[in-house]
Design a protein around this ligand. Structure first.
Ligand code: MG
Length: 347
């Protein structure tokens, strides 16, 4: 039985803090039993990056596989909107990516490029694109995965701009196994089949004309919660496509997990590019249930958000350094909860 299978078996139905203990206990037992295995494991983690180990991600049925054809899921952080003067843009630095990778053991980050709103890409292309490329370049240097997110609620209104942007990104980064394209963050309550899907196919065609193989993630209606609608009418004719699910535990609970489980059963792969805990608390039983569900179904997730804004989902207290090197006192309760999950997620 593999390490993954043992953890998988034990995590089912257990909260994340128990999961943390089980994982640490399992490693300890292995260390005691087999020092050579332990040494190899440590050496692997120290000398080899997660992208070197897992390579290009490939969708197969409702799973994301690594280069060895093993189902795989990652835990990491989403940056905040990149818009000028919204606050979160101050954290778009290589030092922050490096800190998250080394201190939080993050294996995936998401650059959330604001599009339509004031200070977004349509207002100031150079600054917003520079923020995105800073994060992508840093993630490549650190050997972790990175999502290039068109952080929009109205992407179908600017299809040409999206196409030009992703054309440029595919030319810059299509050769890197690290890179994942997210072409529509959160559509509103609009038609999947008549609006979002045609937009997605147009952008996917643009990317695929340059980059034939990197994973592309497509948002779903109602703030990326209607994965059932995508499952009923999935995109065909292109490979390596996944669909976005977002959850915030205050609002989204068992009913959304049930909907997502049905979508998985219908055969589509799901990628959680954003999630938020209850906020202002270290205890969140719904976050525990979601993490057990993600682990059981091998679904990756990025925590919202790397920012010090005074709101429930910020990982940092106001005024925390914009260059990483954070102490525990610099983290909010939501930040500590997220860090505990990400640090302990099996690598
Ligand atoms: Mg490629």
């Amino acid at each position: 039985m593999s390490k993954w299978e043992v953890i998988h078996m034990k995590i089912a139905g257990t909260p994340i803090f128990s999961f943390t203990f089980i994982f640490i206990s399992f490693i300890s037992i292995n260390c005691d039993k087999n020092n050579r295995m332990s040494d190899n494991f440590s050496t692997e983690l120290k000398d080899t990056t997660v992208v070197q180990i897992h390579g290009l991600l490939q969708q197969n049925g409702n799973k994301i596989l690594d280069k060895n054809n093993e189902p795989i899921c990652f835990a990491g952080n989403s940056f905040f909107w990149s818009n000028d003067d919204w606050g979160g843009e101050r954290y778009y630095k290589a030092e922050v990516v490096s800190w998250l990778k080394n201190d939080w053991k993050t294996t995936i980050v998401r650059a959330a490029m604001g599009v339509e709103d004031p200070g977004g890409y349509l207002d100031n292309k150079t600054a917003n694109k520079d923020r995105v490329t800073t994060i992508v370049d840093a993630a490549i240097d650190e050997g972790i995965y990175v999502i290039i997110d068109w952080h929009s609620h109205h992407a179908e209104d600017n299809t040409n701009e999206a196409a030009l942007f992703f054309q440029e990104m595919a030319n810059l980064y299509g050769e890197y196994d690290n890179v994942i394209y997210e072409i529509y963050n959160e559509p509103l309550d609009i038609s999947w089949s008549n609006t979002i899907k045609p937009y997605a196919i147009s952008i996917i065609a643009t990317i695929r004309s340059i980059d034939p193989d990197n994973l592309i993630i497509v948002g779903t209606p109602e703030w990326s919660q209607r994965v059932d609608l995508a499952a009923a009418d999935p995109i065909t004719g292109y490979s390596n496509i996944a669909y976005t699910l977002h959850f915030y535990t205050v609002h989204h609970q068992q009913w959304l997990r049930d909907r997502a489980s049905e979508a998985l059963n219908d055969g589509i792969p799901i990628f959680i590019t954003e999630w938020g805990s209850i906020g202002y608390s270290l205890i969140d039983p719904e976050a525990d249930k979601w993490m057990a569900w993600c682990f059981e179904n091998k679904i990756s997730h990025c925590n919202w958000a790397v920012n010090d804004k005074n709101e429930e989902w910020s990982i940092l207290v106001p005024g925390a350094s914009t260059s990483g090197n954070w102490s525990e006192d610099d983290l909010t309760k939501a930040g500590k909860l997220a860090k505990n999950i990400i640090v302990n997620w099996p690598k």
